[in-house]
Structure formats: C-alpha cells, structure tokens
Design a protein around this ligand. Structure first.
Ligand SMILES: NC(=O)C1=CN([C@@H]2O[C@H](COP(=O)(O)OP(=O)(O)OC[C@H]3O[C@@H](n4cnc5c(N)ncnc54)[C@H](OP(=O)(O)O)[C@@H]3O)[C@@H](O)[C@H]2O)C=CC1
Ligand SMILES: CCCCCCCCCCCCCCCC(=O)[C@@H](N)CO
Length: 320
C-alpha cells in the first residue's frame, strides 16, 4: 500500500499541537482533495489550530476560505470544507466509539490514521503522583489502542494505513521515563500483533527521537538532569523536520521509522522476534549485532555506574 497524501480521509489524533498539527498542516497545504479530521481533548486548542491552518493558506492566497468559521464535525457539514475537528478524550473507549459513529454518519471513515496523541511527564519514579502514572498509560497507550480497535471493526475489508507514534524509549528505556516508556513499549508490542491480524491494514510504527513541540517544551521543565544527560545524543530537531522525515520514510515504503541516527542505531540493537522494515535494514541489523557484542556491554556498565554516582551525589546534596 503506497503512502500518498492526496485523495485521502485522514484522522489525526493529537492534532491540536506538535507533530499532529504539523501533519494536519502538511496534508492541508500539499493536497487538494484530502479531508482531514483533527482530534484531541481541548476544543479551544483544536479550533485555534484549524483557524490558524486555514488562515495561513488564505494569506498565501491558496484558498478563499478566511478560516474564521467553525468546522466541528456536526450538522450541517459544509461540503467545501476539508479540515474538521472533533473534541474527544481518546483514552475513554465509549468516547472513541462515539467518534467513529459520527465519522460513519458523515461518511468520513478514514483511509489513513495517524495516532499522534501522547505525552510524557519525565520525573524520577518516586516523584510521580498516582494520577501522573495512570495518565502515562491512558494518554500514550489507551488512546492508540481504542482508536486501533474501532478502526479494525469499522474497516473489515477496505485497505487502511494506520500510522502509530511510539518513541525511541520503547527500544531503550532509561531513568526518568517510568511514566512513559512502558506505555510506548506496549505500543510496539501491539503493532507486531496488529500486523499479523489486520491483513487489510498497513501498520507503520514511528520511533521518534527528540523533536521540538509544545509537549517537548513542557517535559523539559520536569525532566531530571540525568535523563537529559543520557538522551543528549538525540538533540531535539524542529517539528517540521520530524514530520517531513516521517512522511518521506513512509513514502519509501518503510514501516519502522526513526527520525535521527541514534534512533536508527538503537533500532538495530533491538533484535528479537519482531521484524523491522526500516531504512538500510540489512546494514542496521549487522551494525546492531556488532554493537551488541562490542559496545553495548561496556555502555551499560558505564551507564549504570554513572547513574549510581549521580544518585549518590544528589542524595548527599539533599542531606547537606
Ligand atoms: N516531542 C518529542 O520529543 C517526542 C514525541 N514522541 C511522541 O510523538 C507524539 C507527538 O508528540 P508531540 O508533538 O511532542 O506531542 P504534544 O505533547 O505536543 O501533543 C500531544 C497531543 O495529544 C493530545 N492528547 C493528549 N491526550 C489525549 C487524549 N487523552 N485524547 C485525545 N488527545 C489527547 C493533545 O491535545 P489535548 O491536550 O487537547 O488532548 C495534543 O494535541 C506523541 O505520541 C509523543 O509521545 C516520541 C518521541 C519524541
Ligand atoms: C551503543 C549504545 C549507544 C547508546 C546511545 C544512547 C542515546 C540515547 C538517546 C535516547 C533518545 C530518547 C529520546 C526520547 C524522546 C521521547 O520520547 C521524549 N521526548 C518524550 O516525549
């Protein structure tokens, strides 16, 4: 199944900001017929996003639509419009069921779905609240699980391209990401199973390294220093660059997508019983095996020594 932007109905979860919004812009600006539905919890943010995208296109004179009109998925639907929004907490199954009923009513069942909803609260395990821990699973796993299930039920025979956003932390979990990485690892596991079961689907999984977004700015505030140190090699790239890298990789037919070289390396080191469809996959595999033998054991020893030292030092600072 070829990845093309044009002539699609695309559902974007987490489309109100960050990478989801970047994709909404991309589809809106680079196609003529594709219909876009952005979903997130906050109606205010969704409305701002839709207006901003339409207004920018209007100012570039690519559309006569001034963009100050609401296009919530609700009756009556203006047939000329291509960008719609629908507020929905996707971690709640019933709400997702309702979303799909609305999509069905408007004949807007998607041909492509981008599951961008997600987000992390990077803190040390003891510093997290019960609510933050539960939200990690809700926001990062259940949003995707619920949407994937409703899609699977809605699309029994038609082809569908499901694009899911995990994280490099699914392949390499480390200090500070206890609220987040396990949920992203669960996504990796779900993807492997969906690829076997949903035979009329193309299921792609993106493992991004750091990129700039509203969510990223927020997580930097609580992120422990040790976490920043370890993830240093994955410098945040601009959101638009991440979006273009993902779109290009998908168009090349790759289904396990990374956004930086560190991500490619870490994916290569992740051997085991899940197949990889990524760029230079043979080289990645050989490189991964070599690194597992020659570098990983030393890296892990060095890393755990460094982490223990960091905790000793911060404990003694607290004591004084
Ligand atoms: N930025 C980074 O460095 C990296 C990000 N990623 C992943 O890539 C994806 C996009 O990241 P980024 O652009 O930074 O994300 P942001 O945090 O900037 O945006 C997250 C989006 O998800 C929506 N959302 C959150 N919870 C729910 C929910 N329960 N139901 C519906 N919508 C929800 C938010 O809107 P609202 O609040 O209105 O619900 C928002 O639109 C995420 O899955 C993230 O985990 C992976 C690796 C690195
Ligand atoms: C031989 C061994 C080499 C090991 C190199 C180690 C480099 C680690 C880079 C990890 C990058 C993690 C990015 C997480 C992004 C993310 O998901 C958050 N921004 C949450 O949103």
């Amino acid at each position: 199944m070829k990845y093309t932007l044009e002539d699609q109905v695309v559902l974007i979860t987490g489309g109100s900001q960050g990478l989801g919004k970047e994709f909404a812009k991309k589809y809106y600006n680079e196609t003529e017929n594709t219909k876009i539905i952005v979903v997130s919890r906050s109606e205010a943010k969704l409305l701002d996003t839709c207006n901003e995208i339409r207004l920018a296109a209007h100012l570039r004179k690519e559309t006569s639509d001034e963009g100050q009109v609401q296009h919530k998925l609700a009756t009556p639907l203006d047939p000329v419009q291509r960008l719609f929004y629908f507020p929905c907490d996707l971690s709640c199954y019933e709400s997702v069921e309702n979303l799909f009923n609305v999509l069905r009513d408007f004949e807007l069942l998607p041909t492509q779905t981008l599951c961008c909803a997600g987000g992390s609260v990077p803190k040390l395990f003891r510093g997290l609240s019960g609510q933050e821990l539960n939200q990690g699973m809700d926001i990062n796993y259940k949003t995707t699980l619920n949407v994937a299930h409703q899609l699977a039920l809605a699309e029994q025979t038609r082809e569908h391209h499901l694009i899911i956003f995990s994280s490099v932390t699914a392949l390499y979990p480390f200090v500070g990401y206890s609220q987040y990485a396990p949920a992203k690892a669960a996504i990796k596991s779900l993807v492997a199973i969906l690829r076997q079961e949903l035979t009329n689907f193309r299921v792609s999984c993106v493992y991004p390294g750091n990129f700039e977004s509203e969510g990223f700015t927020l997580e930097q505030v609580t992120k422990p220093k040790i976490t920043k140190l370890i993830e240093g090699p994955s410098d945040a790239i601009p959101c638009k660059e991440a979006c273009d890298i993902v779109a290009t990789s998908l168009a090349r037919g790759q289904d396990d997508v990374f956004t930086d070289f560190v991500g490619w390396m870490i994916m290569g080191m992740d051997l085991g019983l899940t197949s990889k469809r990524s760029r230079f996959v043979t080289l990645q595999w050989i490189f991964g095996i070599l690194l597992n033998i020659v570098v990983v054991p030393f890296y892990l020893v060095g890393c755990s020594w460094y982490i223990r030292k960091w905790f000793r030092e911060s404990d003694s600072k607290k004591a004084t």
